[in-house]
Design a binder for this molecule. Structure first.
Ligand SMILES: C[S@@+](CC[C@H](N)C(=O)[O-])C[C@H]1O[C@@H](n2cnc3c(N)ncnc32)[C@H](O)[C@@H]1O
Length: 252
């Protein structure tokens, strides 16, 4: 039967690839993805037929994977992190939804979750995302800026821990600054901020700073920016956001 796995590779190193993702990759004849992500897959488990696409060619990538699967191949369409978080799974479902293609409708599709960048960032610094949180992509290439801005405002109003994906790029250098201004208007300058760069890869860096000290040149497009809420605290080397398990007098 035609099979399409949409697989999350996790943030980088093979140790973050789930057993399920490994198993599915090994069962495939074709792998489709952005070339940097395909390189994250160890050659020993990489399907032998490789189809590379460039950044920005997400629709072409998804369409090609569907076409290969419709021809009867076992196909792995890969994303970094989790395939459902700013990644390929939704592109596939949108194509299926919008194009009435009977061959595609007969494909058995399975989404295989992966560790997302925010999860690794949170655990590397302690338990930053321990209470309610919002993930917001600052890329206005696919979402209009007024929508993003409204979400940043509401996440700030709700005192959510916030993780910014796609915080900036060479072409988009003002959205992070503007978002930080919105948050600074309501949260203390001491609020912990963590910048996770190339997490799970040899170039990994974790920068701990604060709302008042963050500099934009600490951030690039391979970074995630995490902002604590009003309760986020430091204990020793770790940051955590309390969740009320223990009352303020310390009794459980
Ligand atoms: C198109 S989104 C893909 C997100 C991915 N599906 C996930 O769940 O992590 C790309 C953005 O995710 C973040 N990102 C992905 N992998 C990362 C990593 N290893 N370290 C830091 N940030 C990462 C960056 O903000 C980057 O601009």
């Amino acid at each position: 039967m035609s099979k399409l796995f949409i697989i999350g590779l996790g943030p980088g190193d093979a140790k973050y690839l789930t057993e399920e993702a490994r198993h599915c990759l090994q069962s495939c004849t074709h792998i489709v993805g952005y070339h940097l992500y395909i390189e994250l897959v160890d050659a020993s488990i990489r399907p032998k037929n490789i189809v590379h696409f460039e950044l920005g060619e997400e629709v072409e990538r998804a369409r090609h994977a569907l076409e290969l699967a419709a021809q009867g191949h076992q196909v792995a369409l890969v994303s970094s992190g989790d395939p459902g978080i700013y990644a390929m799974a939704t592109v596939v479902f949108q194509l299926l939804d919008q194009e009435q293609n009977d061959l595609w409708q007969s494909i058995d599709i399975e989404v295989v979750c992966g560790i997302s960048a925010f999860q690794l960032a949170s655990s590397l610094c302690g338990a930053l995302v321990a209470h309610d949180f919002c993930l917001i992509s600052l890329s206005d290439l696919l979402t209009p800026w007024p929508t993003i801005e409204k979400r940043v405002k509401h996440a700030t109003d709700g005192d959510f821990v916030i993780a910014f994906y796609n915080p900036l790029s060479k072409q988009r250098d003002w959205q992070l600054k503007q978002s930080l201004e919105i948050i600074k208007a309501q949260r203390s300058g001491n609020t912990p901020v963590v910048i996770g760069k190339q997490l799970g890869r040899p170039q990994q860096r974790l920068i701990k700073t604060s709302l008042q000290d963050i500099e934009l040149d600490m951030v690039d497009m391979l970074s995630i920016v995490m902002i604590g809420n009003s309760q986020t605290r430091q204990v020793g080397q770790h940051l955590y956001t309390p969740r009320g398990y223990i009352n303020h007098s310390g009794a459980q």
